[in-house]
Write a protein that binds this ligand. Structure first.
Ligand code: GUN
Length: 305
């Protein structure tokens, strides 16, 4: 038997979230056209943006722009960083009660004087297209229907549509946030396709993180520490999903920064079977999942009307 030399590198395939998201947006646009032709109004997403955080504004702008691309209506509600918690809760209550709104999101993080959890819990679970409400999180944990947070849902779609087999594989998720790591670990472990993984959830108190990562067939990095995953933490042939998207200063870049993932791409990519780039990997898939959740909310509210 001929064994590959130590310097052998895999034929690495790029998980092109940007390309796939465009394709899925075209599919959603067709569904919307059919939906409207049946006499329904267009699905309507509202987004609440508080303060001037540059990254949050960019994300929300992308969400609003994507609504137009698929034929949804959208409403952007903006407030200054000093908005009171009460005013924010009143905005949420209004959106809950507004029959023309199918789903809405409050972009996180919120300023320090606002209790994020109080705002999340004020959102009606039936309009919670972010899937952050405890009722939707609970349904996810129990394998019941509900809204699934957009980033992990987008990663599942990316795995599925790329034909990556997950059943029986060992998945390692780095980061236990409510938005990504925790729901990601639930989705990968649950019965279904994709799913049926054996999952290890690593976090800041994990001992010998590298040893856990080296056992991963599928490695998901979601911590927000640029370049922390190096080649010596990755098994040959692994599927590597990079959720990190941190702005790092770069005077040579037009905007003065560039985006860096949690994975040191140049170092890690040669060892992978598949890897997501940053940008253009997970980010665009997040938006597609939000659109899918909003379409599902519109269908559900029409069925109940
Ligand atoms: N901040 C970072 N990701 C998200 C997201 O998916 N939804 C909201 N609302 N805020 C975020």
């Amino acid at each position: 038997m001929i064994t590959a030399p130590a310097s052998h590198t895999m034929d690495t395939e790029i998980l092109d979230g940007k390309g796939l998201s465009q394709k899925i947006k075209e599919e959603i646009a067709i569904e919307v056209t059919d939906w409207v032709a049946q006499g329904h109004r267009r699905p309507h997403l509202a987004a609440v943006l508080v303060g001037q955080d540059g990254a949050s504004r960019t994300y929300v702008d992308h969400k609003v722009k994507s609504c137009a691309q698929v034929g949804f209506e959208s409403t952007l509600i903006e407030r200054a960083a000093d908005v009171s918690q009460q005013e924010l809760l009143e905005i949420v209550a209004k959106l809950n009660a507004d029959p023309s709104i199918d789903g809405f999101i409050v972009q996180l993080p919120l300023p320090d004087h606002i209790d994020d959890q109080a705002v999340i819990e004020a959102v009606s679970p039936s309009k919670d297209v972010d899937g952050f409400h405890p009722s939707n999180m609970g349904n996810l944990a129990l394998g019941l229907p509900g809204f699934v947070p957009a980033t992990p849902a987008g990663i599942m779609t990316l795995l599925d549509r790329s034909g990556i087999e997950t059943a029986g594989k060992h998945a390692v998720v780095i980061g236990r946030s409510s938005i990504v790591g925790t729901p990601m670990s639930l989705l990968l472990s649950r019965s279904g396709n994709p799913g049926n993984c054996t999952v290890t959830l690593c976090h800041s108190r994990t001992q010998d993180l590298a040893a856990h990562c080296r056992r991963a067939d599928i490695l998901v990095a979601a911590v927000g520490r640029p370049g922390m995953v190096k080649a010596d933490m990755v098994k040959e042939g692994a599927v590597v999903i990079d959720v990190g998207i941190t702005r790092v200063e770069d005077p040579s870049a037009k905007r003065g920064f560039r985006l860096k993932g949690d994975v040191d791409f140049a170092d890690v990519a040669p060892k992978c079977s598949w890897i997501t780039p940053v940008p253009g990997g997970v980010g665009p898939m997040t938006i597609v999942s939000l659109l899918n959740n909003t379409l599902a909310a519109a269908r559900r509210s029409a069925a109940l009307a």
